[in-house]
Design a protein around this ligand. Structure first.
Ligand code: MTE
Ligand code: HPA
Ligand code: MOS
Length: 760
């Protein structure tokens, strides 16, 4: 089945928040954000804005009737700054006017006087100053000190990873529409409708059941709307509450880039040791996460970093330390991979440093230490299968990597100023929310009397193909054509208390709930059919392709006729079902447990050609073997693989967030923040699915696919490094990402002595 929205998307007919016709008198919001990154607010003057043409109201912290607090985990984030500002762009006031243009003009008239305070953008400096969020955490196994003693080779180093801007096509937006007194309906572009509902209730001081959030679909989110859509929903709701009119908040691209959080940059130090034959015995890492000015989801992101710090490898002695460091940047947030990519990048750097020191091929060390079935992760969970090894071996054999390496060596010997490089990246990504209680979902299924089906779940369609998967699952479970099933918007009045659509787990959680709901209906319909067909055993009745079967043979009864009979027999045709992932658990005190339902695995090779005069490069190919389980829709999953890969490649290479010392985002526009595009992506992308790997709990054997492929992009960094080393074999290159052409060029010609540079 194709992505259910494919046709409407291409024709421009899919609707989003601001395609919904505007209610009469709707006001438009402009956000006035702090012009400085840190300070205490001496005065805020909104009089001129209030008097401006078309301006209906200006909202500040004083207008908040409830609690001025939207921190999702730790209450450290006001909706509107009050007294102090902690990052540039932090919302101080909201101007409401008859048009967006007038609201912006009004906002330009606001003045603020702020007594500046020192600005910190470096996480290590924040840590030294004691500016941390939550408590530092350490996951450990074995005896690291003793193991280092036993190592033949030990290396240490540091990594500097950049963040990443989400660049969802649809920027943050929300529309609040007052209903009967005391009630609000909000259309929001959010991954987490319930978080919006919960926080609006807190801001307004009203019960959850007075607020309805409706989400049709998102024009992309990538984690950027897991938590950070909430504040804009709150701004819209508060504004509508105060004015009694409908209000729409839409951030411009520039505002969105400047005001919202991104993937967390990390500074990390590592030490790794192995025996002569390449068995890694010990690993030690310290992660300094640049959390930004508020906690947001940072502590959960750090947790996933800790749990992915040994990547796809079995390391018997490890000590993994991580800390969230408070800086004066917008609070950083979820981004596809959720801290996993950072943990996995560092271990790859460590293994690469080790291989360089030992003069061994990196791939040899990687393969030697891959997780096998009975190997534990440092947090105690067992790998449980041989998919990491199988995917690696399958990739190496299927794509004949030995031949590729040989071809590259020949090429490099024949060329002076152009070098090729290739690297392999094994991925092993834990599936489930690490916050155990979040692994729950519900579905609501209605069968109408004409046999058509309406389906609601707590999952949000953000482009990833959730709706397609949900329709497929309902149709398959009921035994009817997908054309009979309509997926409804995600709405808090139909599904309560939903978790965000995140952690790659939306199909797993909501899909299982859909199947359970369909099963309830089926049990009832089978009884009706058995009666109609004078069959004493209802368990002999099945439905396939819209026909009722008795003992596997057509019974001359259609789905539609059966549904009619059920209705007239007064049998309920609606079902609500709840699903919770069984057995997952984690103890934050001991840092041990089984937080994941399973791990999604695979291996990819990235090949590059580097122009050593210019520092520019081309990604030639990506070849992977990925463990998809039994896909519900191969084309949807392939879309996720290619999209995730593109974002991973971009994170490692082009996408360079630069901040000034005063906390200004210097790359705050798409002219200065370079994204991977169709030209950048390799023409040659080959994806092979690992055979016989049915998902253990995914509906119909399917597996999560949303995030894992992003981490294949990490191979690009190391492929480039290979090419750079082919040009300058003895140079020391830093582990600084992204490896932009500028950084490549600088590294290739670093050093004071021109005599050291390569000569033809
Ligand atoms: N794909 C598209 N097209 N748009 C998105 O916003 N978000 C990613 C991934 N793929 C995203 C996407 C992220 S961060 C996650 S966690 C998963 O989709 C969420 O959806 P899933 O749980 O259904 O995989
Ligand atoms: N992934 C995404 N979001 C989350 C997670 C996670 O593991 N834990 C809490 N929120
Ligand atoms: Mo995805 S980062 O879990 O929204």
């Amino acid at each position: 089945m194709l992505h259910i929205d494919a046709t409407a998307h291409v024709r421009g007919e899919s609707t989003y928040v601001d395609d919904v016709p505007a209610p009469a008198g709707m006001l438009y919001a402009a956000i006035f954000g702090s012009p400085v990154a840190h300070g205490s607010v001496a005065s805020l003057n909104v009089e001129d804005a209030l008097a401006a043409e078309g301006v209906a109201a200006v909202i500040t912290a004083k207008d908040i009737p409830g609690e001025n607090q939207i921190g999702p985990i730790i209450p450290d984030e006001p909706l509107l700054a009050d007294g102090a500002v902690h990052y540039r762009g932090q919302p101080l006031a909201v101007v409401l006017a008859k048009s967006v243009a007038l609201a912006r003009k009004g906002a330009a008239l606001i003045t603020v006087s702020i007594d500046p305070l020192p600005v910190i953008t470096d996480p290590r400096k924040a840590y030294e100053n004691g500016e941390i969020i939550g408590a530092p955490r350490t996951v450990a196994c074995g005896d690291v000190e003793a193991a280092f003693e036993r190592c033949d080779v030990v290396v240490s180093g540091s990594c500097d990873m950049g963040g990443q801007e989400h660049v969802y096509l649809e920027t943050q937006r929300s529309r609040a529409v007052p209903q009967e007194p005391g009630r609000l309906k909000i259309y929001s572009s959010t991954q987490s409708p319930y978080a919006g509902q919960r926080m609006i209730a807190r801001i307004l001081g009203i019960p959850h059941n007075h607020i309805e959030i409706d989400v049709l679909r998102l024009g992309g989110a990538f984690g950027g709307k897991e938590d950070q859509a909430t504040q804009w929903a709150c701004v819209a709701a508060l504004s509508a509450w105060v004015t009694g009119q409908a209000v729409e908040v839409v951030l411009s691209r520039e505002e969105d880039m400047r005001m919202t959080g991104k993937r967390h940059p990390y500074l990390s130090d590592f030490k790794i040791g192995a025996t002569h034959d390449g068995k890694i015995l010990a690993y030690q890492v310290e992660h300094y996460q640049n959390s930004g000015a508020g906690a947001d989801l940072s502590t959960a992101v750090l947790e996933r970093t800790l749990l992915h710090s040994t990547g796809s490898y079995h390391i018997p002695n490890a000590r993994i330390f991580g800390v969230c460091c408070r800086t004066n940047l917008p609070p950083n947030t979820a981004f596809r991979g959720f801290g996993g990519p950072q943990g996995m990048f560092v271990i790859e750097c460590a293994i690469t440093a080790l291989a360089e020191k030992m003069n061994l091929p990196v791939a040899q060390l990687q393969r030697r230490n891959l997780l096998d079935k009975s190997d534990p992760f440092p947090y105690g969970q067992l790998m449980g299968n041989d998919h990491a090894i199988r995917a690696w071996d399958d990739a190496v054999a299927s794509y004949d990597f030995a031949a590729i390496h040989e071809r590259i060596d020949h090429f490099n010997a024949d060329h002076f100023a152009t070098k090729k490089g290739a690297a392999l990246m094994p991925v092993c990504f834990g599936i489930s929310f690490t916050t155990t209680y979040m692994n729950q979902a519900s579905a609501l299924l209605h069968v109408y009397t004409d046999g058509s089906v309406g389906l609601s779940t707590g999952g949000v369609e953000m482009g990833q193909g959730l709706s397609t998967n949900m329709v497929l699952l309902a149709a398959r479970a009921l035994g009817i054509d997908t054309g009979k099933v309509r997926i409804e918007s995600t709405n808090t009045t139909r599904i309560a208390n939903m978790s965000p659509s995140a952690a790659s787990s939306t199909t797993l959680l909501n899909g299982n709930a859909v199947v359970l709901a369909a099963d309830q209906i089926l049990v009832r319909l089978r009884t009706v059919a058995a009666e109609l067909l004078s069959e004493s055993r209802a368990d002999r009745i099945t439905i396939a392709d819209g026909e009722v079967l008795n003992g596997g043979k057509p019974a001359g009864l259609t789905w539609e006729a059966l549904v009619q009979h059920a209705y007239q027999s007064r049998v309920g045709l609606s079902a609500h079902a709840f699903y919770a992932t069984p057995d997952v658990h984690y103890d934050k005190q001991t840092e041990q447990g089984e937080p994941f339902a399973y791990h999604a695995c695979g291996t990819a090779m990235v090949e590059v050609t580097l122009d050593c005069v210019r520092g520019t490069y081309t990604v030639d190919s990506v070849k992977m073997v990925h463990d998809l389980g039994r896909p519900l829709s191969e084309s949807v999953d392939l879309g996720q693989i290619e999209g995730g890969l593109a974002q991973g490649l971009g994170w490692m290479s082009l996408e360079d967030l630069q901040y000034g010392e005063d906390g200004t985002l210097l790359s705050g526009a798409l002219a200065t923040y370079k994204l991977p595009d169709a030209h950048f992506m390799p023409d040659d992308i080959q994806v092979k699915f690992l055979e016989q790997t049915d998902g253990p709990i995914g509906p119909y054997g399917s597996k999560a696919v949303g995030e894992p492929p992003l981490m294949y992009g990490i191979a690009l960094f190391f492929a480039l490094r290979q090419a750079m080393r082919a040009f300058r074999p003895t140079a020391e290159f830093p582990f600084t990402a992204p490896l932009t052409p500028e950084r490549v060029l600088t590294a290739l010609y670093a050093g004071d002595d021109p005599g050291e540079l390569p000569r033809k």
